[in-house]
Design a protein around this ligand. Sequence first.
Ligand SMILES: *Cc1c(COP(=O)(O)O)cnc(C)c1O
Length: 484
Amino acid sequence: MADSMVKFMSGEYVPLEMHKVRVVQKLTLLPVEERLKSIEGAGFNTFLLQNKDVFLDMLTDSGTNAMSDQQIASMMVADDAYAGSASFTRLQEAITEVFNKKYFLPVHQGRAAEHIISQVYVRKDNVVPMNFHFTTTKAHIELAGGKVNELFTDEALKIKSSVPFKGNLDIAKLKNLIAKIGKEKIPYIRMEAGTNLIGGQPFSVQNMRDVRKVAQEYGIPIVLDVSLIGENIYFVKLREEEFKNKSVKEIMYALCDLADIIYFSSRKVSCTRGGGIAVNSYDHYLAMRDMVPLFEGFLTYGGMSVREIEAMAVGLRETLDLDVISHSPQFIKFLVDRLDGKGVPVVTPAGGLGCHLDAKGFLPHVSQLEYPAGALASALFIISGIRGMERGTISMDRDAQGNDVPSELELLRLALPRRVFTLSQIKFVEDRVTWLYQNRQIIGGLKFVEEPKVLRFFVGRLAPTTDWTKKLVAKFKQDFGDNL
Ligand SMILES: *Cc1c(COP(=O)(O)O)cnc(C)c1O
């Protein structure tokens, strides 16, 4: 194995933590009745839970990855200056070393980079082809008057799959699109590493080369979102024969060299806050430069604190360390493979962002109009204190006629931020999810009682359609007694 899985006597490969814990945060696991009260208070929406009531927070990896001792130490030597901070010079050097790009524009987080790129390059009625959209990406392209066109492969949305690169862009669809609408309408092609919304599924270097070939033929630039590039690189090293013996840095350069513009959310890629855009062409740099002082802050901080800037430089270099980028994918694989082995419906193969439970397979008796993924999120919290994120019909807003739009995929995402959880905590997740699956008949649906018109999943409030939550608590107590 080219990574830190260890072989146990049983023959099983188990992920081994290549770090030790030196700063800890205390957790509480409330009794089951209090967890029920807590989710009732949150309107059966895990976004509205108070973190103090949560045992394992698996909502997201955004801003929740663990920082290293070196990152914390670097914050102590941050150079506070409005202009020309030495901290920024150090970050710029890290950008060049890690991504092989010469020019850098700092921004306050990933969506700010998307704002600048789409305002500068996207015109009314433009179309941006991409392997998969991300929520903020789509919103910013549409704000600029453009449209998103997703060209994922047929395999991307399959729950059960053994395809190694579900994040690939379908080249035939790309050629068809260009033939149909013409290259003039396409300001750039966007590739997202570790496609977030389909579970951190990677694309291959070969796919990126194929995209480049088409892009070059028509003179269309490529924008690469590297927010989740670390985990994508881990999968390339593991699954793409040509790169088996290449270093993380070599794979990073292979991918970034094929893109004209790269950008990132450092909430993900470097375990800090902030973001940035990096390019090699001075023309691209100039085209975007003046947006930074206008919307973000002066060119040597871009809305970030100098402490974050220092920690970001260190965090980006740590992204080149295989032990760092392999942690989440290995823990996810451990959890996904074990659940899959017990027949629990999960998305396979395991991706780099989290374990995704297939709520349609889990709760076939709950209609999509009663939000199975949302019900599953509430049920899991009640029986375990684990907080996941609904990625199904609740996450879709209603259509113009006010009808629900059943989501193609109805998922409960259990995110695994880097180096945050231990293996016994993951075994706890496995155990409670399995118990829930065995008792899935008890779980019923949800209905809205307070429903915002846009992005309703953030703050909408729901209630159970029957008294199933009480039955679930009763069965839990029958099986576990007063044990947590
Ligand atoms: C999170 C994310 C973004 C947006 O970044 P923010 O820092 O949350 O604004 C963009 N792209 C991808 C792939 C992401 O995961």
